[in-house]
Design a protein around this ligand. Structure first.
Ligand SMILES: C[S@@+](CC[C@H](N)C(=O)[O-])C[C@H]1O[C@@H](n2cnc3c(N)ncnc32)[C@H](O)[C@@H]1O
Length: 340
């Protein structure tokens, strides 16, 4: 923080979310579920982790490798997704399970292996990273800084990081005068760090985000920054400091371009709904129905599945991106014709 207590928005967001004592994700208060501030997909229904487990087993089996297989979850939160995935692997994919070396990593952990052979996955990690915010002013980019005080104020200045213009060119083909955009440089750094460590494997990312046409189609003058507090969504990051979640949409154009620059192969970006359907959601629902999901005593299960499937809900707005790292694009290796 500079002496006059002015900082980039990224630094402000980092303090609000990840300050070791006062940060939202570090305070130990309830975040997910009914008593918290918001839900993520693993909290809707166990089916989500089970289907993801099937997908991960398939990607791991594609590697056709000897020895242990890494299964690394980034930003695991309370760990409920990883647990569900491992139970599914143990029950339904025992041969893969026997070879899996699972690690779950949270902010501040430095446990990423030096060499990764396997799959790295995350659910809603990248939308929780601190972002720089810039405004287009007379066709130039100005950065939005935060000046602490009473009240907290936004001030505009020159860009704090030389990587921001390139990010903006990659991420937003058309800049609109007066509009605010986010630059998620930490996201790029994480992908670059993974690349340094990957021997070969896949990166599977589930996150809220857009590609360029969606940014164009939606009138988001103030960008995509949102705040979650007690299941209410608003756009003022300067209240409830350390007590509300701050999030911004992942720019999948930059995400995919970064992967391309690193030599990875991008699979098509899908909605979470398309992903779940591809991996057998309908069959699983029929199984659930046979096991009595329509009975009154399974009302809660029903509501969970409904949350996962409601049109316009979590499965339509969340996206799934799969990337292959250092795998032959053709030859003996298949990414799966009917799979994502
Ligand atoms: C929105 S929560 C999602 C939690 C969980 N994946 C879920 O689906 O319920 C984002 C998580 O990412 C973690 N996180 C943020 N930055 C991280 C980093 N650089 N490395 C690992 N985890 C990080 C946060 O602490 C938080 O637990």
């Amino acid at each position: 923080m500079s002496p006059d207590r002015t900082m980039t928005f990224a630094r402000f967001m980092e303090l609000c979310l990840y300050d070791p004592e006062a940060g939202y994700y570090r305070r130990g208060s309830k975040i997910f579920g009914p008593g918290g501030d918001y839900y993520t997909s693993p909290y809707t229904h166990p089916l989500f982790a089970q289907i993801l487990g099937d997908a991960l087993a398939w990607y791991l089996s594609c590697l056709d490798a000897d020895g242990p297989l890494d299964l690394i979850e980034l930003g695991a939160g309370e760990g409920i997704l990883g647990k569900g995935v491992l139970v599914r692997l143990e029950n339904r994919h025992p041969r893969i399970f026997a070879r899996v070396r699972y690690r779950s990593l949270e902010i501040g952990d430095d446990g990423l292996p030096e060499r990764i052979q396997g799959v790295v996955f995350s659910n809603e990690l990248f939308d929780a990273l601190p972002v720089h915010r810039v405004r287009v002013s007379q066709s130039e980019l100005k950065e939005i800084f935060v000046r602490l005080g009473e009240p907290i104020a936004e001030v505009e200045g020159e860009l704090s990081d030389p990587r921001i213009p390139e990010y903006m060119r990659l991420g937003f083909p058309r800049w609109r005068e007066g509009y605010v955009y986010e630059a998620n440089l930490r996201m790029v750094e994480i992908l670059e760090d993974l690349d340094r460590r990957f021997q070969r494997g896949f990166v599977l990312t589930l996150d809220y985000g857009f590609e360029a046409p969606e940014y164009e189609a939606m009138d988001r003058r103030d960008g995509t920054l949102l705040c979650y507090h007690r299941h209410r969504i608003h756009s003022n990051p300067y209240v409830n400091l350390g007590r509300q979640d701050l999030t911004s949409h992942v720019n999948f154009r930059v995400f995919r371009a970064t992967a391309g620059r690193l030599g990875w192969t991008n699979r098509p970006l899908r909605s979470q709904r398309q992903f779940l359907v591809k991996w057998g959601l309908e069959t699983r629902l029929l199984d659930e129905e046979r096991m009595g999901i329509l009975q009154a005593e399974r009302l809660e299960d029903r509501l969970g599945i409904k949350a996962l499937l409601t049109p316009g809900g979590i499965s339509d707005t969340l996206k799934v991106q799969v990337q292959a790292v250092r795998l032959p694009a053709a030859g003996g290796f298949r990414l799966g014709p009917s799979r994502i």
